[in-house]
Write a protein that binds this ligand. Structure first.
Ligand code: SF4
Ligand code: SF4
Length: 122
């Protein structure tokens, strides 16, 4: 769940519901166990895991829209290994199949590819 979604649940003014949603959210977060890394040549080479891919995406999307193109350009230049991996992913989903919290790699990889292809229109 996103921070906005958690805030919406908090507005329901139910302490039990808030506590449950935060517990569930924590359970659904990447533990950086690297099982996905071992499953995929694309991830293995730079030692990347899908949670790190997700966190980098969340960082870019948390910026105001007009600052995102510069953040994407910065990643392309400063973290070429990650950029290369994000470009090589074939959306097969093998990594997600091995992930205990079902991080949706193909969805996130597609989102990154859209950012790379149209940074000006973001
Ligand atoms: S397998 Fe899942 S929990 Fe483990 S590092 Fe990959 S994305 Fe994170
Ligand atoms: S979707 Fe396939 S190619 Fe992409 S990171 Fe996962 S296992 Fe690797």
């Amino acid at each position: 769940m996103t921070a906005d979604e958690l805030a919406e649940i908090d507005q329901a003014a139910s302490p039990a519901l808030s506590m449950l949603s935060r517990w569930a959210n924590k359970k659904m977060q990447c533990a950086h166990c690297k099982r996905c890394t071992l499953r995929c040549e694309v991830l293995k080479e730079p030692g990347l895991d899908v949670g790190t891919v997700q966190e980098a995406y969340d960082r870019v999307m948390s910026l105001p829209a007009d600052e995102r193109p510069a953040a994407v350009a910065e990643l392309m230049q400063s973290n070429y290994d990650m950029y290369h991996a994000l470009r090589r992913c074939c959306f097969c989903g093998y990594c997600t199949a091995d992930c205990a919290v079902h991080m949706l790699a193909p969805d996130r990889m597609r989102d990154w590819r859209e950012l790379f292809l149209s940074p000006i229109q973001i």
